[in-house]
Design a protein around this ligand. Structure first.
Ligand code: SF4
Length: 426
């Protein structure tokens, strides 16, 4: 029997949080372009940045130079910095080139970076001017992917916030509709759509959508489910448009996916027996697949450095479904309202930390000697050299991990580094 009541809190919501404000080791928001451009098939991302920005994108996306990717970097050079060139004209010229080369393009993002922010380039003004000239054939929006005070998943948050601003208003007498918010792999989106449809929820859409024309209307009839825990600005923008959030665990692992789907069913007034009939089989299969990894992972100690903002839901999944013990769960930002249900399931003796002072945190990690350390790329190699087993947190964004069908793969992602380490020891 599946009910949302199965989720029993182990901790009061007023638990103490270790807050740190020091040096941080994170990627910037430009990284999100790698998965966003794959998801949004008629969109183009034009970064206004430096050679460093271009290099980051090229290496993160692994693009061959003769491919025709749907992102590019307009390099700010010495003439721009010295104010000798008119940056507005340069950006407009590049946009015209991009649109001419790609006739199927429907959506173009001007993406700000550290350099464009330092020289105070007003991309919102340029985007608004281009949008009024090119819309509706091509919509032009802007957001910032700068690494100044951000972590890498905030790039997606900023992009989706910009998209929310472009959504049409739903009529006041519209039927209730469900909006799933957060970029999901197409295969995962299709699975969720099938579950919702089988439950009787027909009016379901996804943000971002694969194509511009599939973007939904939004208004007070919209109930939205966050698929990712790092969408605070997008969520606030949706609330400003009148939409209401459905509170649930995030759809990671069998338990999280069940909570998420059942919460949507309840919000859309689907009888619980009908929703349960749809998900009971897949939930049981997901539990069985995850269980196969339990003997390898049970009792292992995990330490999360703050990076992806997925840390709290991941720790909940590892604890509850695999018996892993989280020593410290670091997260760049902690949204208490969005994570309330997750936090209630985190064991009392796990430290939850927000923000970072990297040297202090490294010391805590070294003292704890965890079995698995989840961290950014910059920390992984030095920690491996010290004999710790690491997992790159960015992999969790590049791999489909949401939903029942992916629960086993998610467990395997944490088993693999242990397996690699034990092979190296032989
Ligand atoms: S946006 Fe900033 S942090 Fe990101 S690659 Fe460019 S310069 Fe570096």
């Amino acid at each position: 029997m599946i009910t949302t009541a199965q989720v029993q809190p182990t901790k009061s919501p007023d638990r103490s949080i270790l807050r740190e404000r020091g040096q941080r080791e994170v990627f910037c928001g430009l990284t999100g372009i790698v998965w966003l451009h794959r998801k949004m098939q008629d969109a183009f991302f034009l970064v206004i940045g430096s050679r460093t920005c271009a290099h980051l994108l090229q290496s993160a996306a692994g693009v061959m130079i003769f491919a025709e990717p749907r992102f590019a970097t307009a390099i700010i050079d010495d003439r721009d910095l010295a104010g000798l060139a008119n940056a507005d004209d340069e950006v407009e010229r590049m946009v015209a080139e991009v649109v001419q080369r790609r006739p199927n393009l429907r959506l173009l993002f001007l993406v700000g970076s550290c350099p464009s922010e330092v020289i105070k380039l007003d991309l919102s003004r340029i985007a608004a001017r281009l949008d009024s000239r090119m819309s509706p054939k091509v919509r032009v929006l802007n957001y910032s992917g700068s690494g100044i005070e951000t972590t890498f998943t905030q790039g997606e948050d900023a992009c989706l916030e910009a998209l929310v601003g472009s959504l049409c208003a739903a009529p006041s007498d519209a039927h209730p509709n469900l909006l799933v918010v957060g970029a999901l792999a197409d295969v995962v989106e299709d699975q969720f759509r099938r579950y919702f449809n089988a439950m009787g929820i027909e009016r379901v859409s996804f943000l971002p959508s694969r194509r511009l024309d599939d973007l939904p209307e939004v208004g007070p009839s919209t109930r939205y489910l966050l698929a990712q825990p790092f969408l605070a600005q997008t969520s606030a923008a949706l609330e400003r448009r009148g939409a209401n959030r459905i509170d649930a665990l995030f759809p990671l692992g069998a338990e999280g996916t069940t909570s998420w789907l059942m919460a949507a069913a309840q919000a859309l007034h689907i009888p619980s027996h009908r929703a349960r009939a749809v998900i009971e089989g897949p939930a049981a299969r997901a539990r069985a697949v995850v269980d196969r990894w339990r003997s390898d992972l049970e009792g292992k100690r995990v330490f999360f450095f703050p990076d992806s903002q997925l840390e709290v839901p991941l720790a909940r999944f590892l604890t509850r479904e695999l018996g892993v013990k989280p020593v410290e769960i670091g997260t760049p930002y902690l949204h208490r309202a969005h994570l309330a249900q997750e936090l209630a399931l985190i064991p009392d003796d796990s430290v939850i930390s927000e923000g970072q002072d990297v040297e202090r945190q490294l010391e805590r990690c070294r003292r704890a000697r965890p079995d698995i350390t989840v961290c950014g790329l910059g920390l992984a190699n030095p920690l491996e050299a010290e004999g710790l087993t690491t997992k790159w947190s960015i992999e969790l964004l590049f791999t489909p991990i949401h939903g029942y069908e992916q629960a086993g793969d998610l467990a395997a992602l944490f088993q693999r580094p242990l397996d690699r380490q034990s092979r190296l020891k032989v």
